[in-house]
Design a protein around this ligand. Structure first.
Ligand SMILES: [Zn+2]
Ligand SMILES: [Zn+2]
Ligand SMILES: [Zn+2]
Length: 350
C-alpha cells in the first residue's frame, strides 16, 4: 500500500508507491545523441583555449602534485584536474548593484560560477575514477571552496554535479561545479532551522540522530570508518542516497586527509553500485554544508545523490509532494549489495 512519508528535516512529502512502477508506458525514451567528440570538447586536453584561463590546474610531476594556474596568454597542459570560470555563468562578480522591493523583489546576482574537470579522460566516469584521482579532486575542492569563502560577496558555496543528459549536463566529460550565493539557499536554510530547533530544545543534533538510526537497518547502503551511506526515509528520487560523516561535523573543509581517502572510497563504491544497478543512469550530486561565514546557522554536512530515472511530473512540480515508485528499503538492498561488491574489489574486503 502507498505510504505518505515526511522528510527527517524539511517539509518535503513523498508518496512511496510501488504500485506506480506497474504503470504501462506508451512512450519510448528518447535516443541520446552524443554529438560532442573529443576534438570539440572544451574540457578535453588540447582544448584548454576553449575555456577561460584556469584558476587552478593540478599537474603531477615525478610523484609530486603541482598547483599551477593558467595565464591570459598561456594554458597549462598535462593536467589531472582543472578548475576554471564557467563560460556561461549564472552569477557574476560584476553584477549591476540594482535592488528592488516587494512584490518585485530583486538584488544583484553577485557570485562566482566555476567548473572543475575531474579527469583529462573524456570517457572517465565518477564511478570508475581511480581512488587517488578522487582524493585529488576532493582535496582540490576543499582548496577552492576555502578560496571562494575568502571573497567578500560569498555567503554560501554550492557544490554540485550534473552527470548525464537527464541530470542537466550539457557535456558528458565528467566535471563538477561550484556556484556562490550571497546567502544560504532555501534547502540548507530549512535543514539548518531543523538542526537549530532540535539543538536548542533537546540539545542534540537531529542529523546525528538520523545517522545513528540509519547506520543499521533496512535503509543502510554502506558503512566505512568515517562515513555512512543510506537511502533516506522520504526519498523523493528513486534510488536516492545520502552520505554523512558519522562524527558530527559542520564543515567539509575540516575533513582530514585521511578522511578524504575514506570519502573517496565511499563515493566511488556507492556511485559504482548505482552504475551497476541502473546501468549508468544520469544523476545529480549536491553537497549540503554549513556556510563558513559563521553568522549563519549550521548543519551536519553531507552529500545527497539524486538518480534521474523517473521524471517529476505534475504533482511533483506543482505541489512539493513527490511520488517514488521504488521504496527506499528496496533501493538500499540493491544499492547495498552492489556497493559492497565495489568496495570489496577496491580494498579487498569480502
Ligand atoms: Zn572531453
Ligand atoms: Zn550531527
Ligand atoms: Zn541535505
Amino acid at each position: 500500500m502507498p505510504e505518505l512519508r515526511k522528510d527527517y528535516f524539511t517539509r518535503k512529502l513523498v508518496l512511496v508507491s510501488e504500485e506506480r512502477s506497474n504503470r504501462p508506458l506508451e512512450y519510448e525514451p528518447p535516443i541520446r545523441n552524443h554529438s560532442v567528440d573529443r576534438d570539440h570538447c572544451p574540457f578535453c586536453p588540447g582544448n584548454e583555449e576553449m575555456t577561460p584561463p584556469a584558476d587552478l590546474v593540478l599537474v603531477s610531476k615525478e610523484n609530486t602534485l603541482l598547483k599551477l594556474a593558467d595565464s591570459d596568454s598561456e594554458r597549462v597542459h598535462d593536467w589531472s584536474v582543472r578548475y576554471f570560470p564557467n563560460s556561461f555563468p549564472a552569477v557574476s562578480p560584476d553584477s549591476e548593484p540594482k535592488y528592488s522591493d516587494y512584490p518585485l523583489q530583486g538584488e544583484p546576482a553577485f557570485g562566482y560560477h566555476h567548473v572543475m574537470v575531474v579527469s583529462p579522460d573524456h570517457y572517465a566516469k565518477f564511478s570508475t575514477l581511480p581512488q587517488e584521482q578522487w582524493v585529488d579532486v576532493l582535496a582540490t575542492l576543499q582548496d577552492r571552496v576555502r578560496w571562494l569563502y575568502s571573497k567578500k560577496t560569498v555567503g554560501y558555496v554550492s557544490v554540485f554535479v550534473n552527470n548525464g543528459y537527464e541530470a542537466g549536463a550539457s557535456l558528458s566529460h565528467p566535471h563538477l561545479q561550484t556556484l556562490t550565493l550571497t546567502k544560504l539557499p532555501p534547502m540548507i536554510e530549512e535543514e539548518a532551522e531543523s538542526v537549530h530547533d532540535s539543538m536548542s530544545e533537546l540539545g542534540v543534533c537531529p542529523m546525528c540522530k538520523v545517522v545513528n538510526l540509519e547506520s543499521s537497518g533496512p535503509r543502510l547502503i554502506l558503512s566505512t570508518d568515517n562515513f555512512v551511506a543510506f537511502a533516506p526515509w522520504a526519498s523523493a528520487h528513486a534510488y536516492e542516497f545520502w552520505i554523512f560523516p558519522k562524527r558530527h561535523e559542520t564543515s567539509f573543509l575540516k575533513v582530514s586527509q585521511k578522511e578524504i581517502q575514506d570519502m573517496a572510497t565511499m563515493l566511488r563504491s556507492t556511485l559504482g553500485g548505482l552504475d551497476s544497478v541502473l546501468k549508468s543512469p544520469s544523476y545529480n550530486i549536491a553537497f549540503h554544508v554549513s556556510s563558513e561565514k559563521k553568522t549563519t546557522k549550521q548543519i551536519h554536512w553531507h552529500i545527497e545523490v539524486y538518480p534521474q530515472v523517473i521524471k517529476w511530473a505534475g504533482l511533483e512540480q506543482g505541489s512539493g509532494v513527490y511520488i517514488n515508485p521504488v521504496t527506499p528499503e528496496i533501493a538500499a538492498r540493491q544499492l547495498g549489495a552492489a556497493a559492497r561488491k565495489e568496495i570489496s574489489t577496491l580494498i579487498g574486503i569480502v
